[in-house]
Design a protein around this ligand. Structure first.
Ligand code: ATP
Ligand code: MG
Length: 203
């Protein structure tokens, strides 16, 4: 039972307004699709600012984690952060994020399959495009940095949101989708990815 749940792990992906404005929707979906993960929900919405605020407060640890990461990024570059309090730091980021994500249409999707959260995070890359690995969506398809976003007083534009853990995904999915919008169906490829006995292939 536990194993079956792992094989059906779900994750929420948002293509943020910059992804849509850059005409990267097809390219981004293609990168997730070819992993073997299954698309089980998809829609286009202009998010309400309240939805974005709720989204980033789904994980009670997000404020601390994001603030710490931002402060560490300043220090790694030999710069002084505007504050050393992670909660205050992430409060500043959240304000900018609300403006960014609610500025235009986004694509909301749910991808399902084994290790869905980890697979999607790996392909998406780390938060700051300048330092995201080559081969990842954020590393290959855009060019933003903390340095420039700070100068401009805006959020880092990094194309994607992807859930950080299965628990986070569950809460985020509830916020963005109603149960009827999430489809349950079989793909032909599920057999080669998940079946234990490959005894139905040869004629
Ligand atoms: P996401 O949650 O979007 O998948 P992430 O998990 O890589 O990204 P978080 O720490 O959760 O990063 O931050 C959420 C989003 O806030 C980032 O994707 C980015 O758009 C923006 N952001 C994060 N830190 C900063 C920062 N220091 N300055 C500007 N924008 C930031
Ligand atoms: Mg995150």
């Amino acid at each position: 039972m536990a194993l079956d749940l792992t094989k059906k792990e779900k994750t929420l992906v948002l293509i943020k307004p910059d992804g849509l404005q850059r005409s990267l929707v097809g390219e981004i979906i293609h990168r997730y699709e070819r992993t073997g993960l299954k698309l089980v929900a998809l829609k286009m919405v202009v998010p309400q600012p309240e939805t974005v605020e709720k989204h980033y407060n789904v994980d009670p640890q997000w404020r601390l984690k994001n603030g710490t990461k931002t402060i560490d990024a300043y220090k790694a570059k030999g710069k002084t952060p505007p504050t050393t309090d992670p909660i205050e730091m992430s409060g500043m980021t959240l304000k900018k994020l609300i403006k960014y994500i609610s500025s235009g249409p986004v694509i909301a999707m749910i991808w399902q399959g084994m290790h869905a959260v980890g697979v999607v995070r790996k392909i998406t890359g780390s938060t700051e495009p300048l330092t995201s690995d080559v081969g990842t969506i954020r590393g290959d398809l855009t060019i933003d940095s903390y340095e420039i976003s700070d100068i401009d007083g805006r959020s880092v534009r990094n194309l994607i949101h992807a859930s950080g853990s299965p628990e986070e995904a569950e809460a985020e999915i509830k916020l963005w989708f109603s149960p009827e919008e999430i489809l349950s169906y079989r793909l032909i490829q599920d057999e080669i990815l998940y079946d234990v006995n490959l005894d139905g292939i040869l004629e």
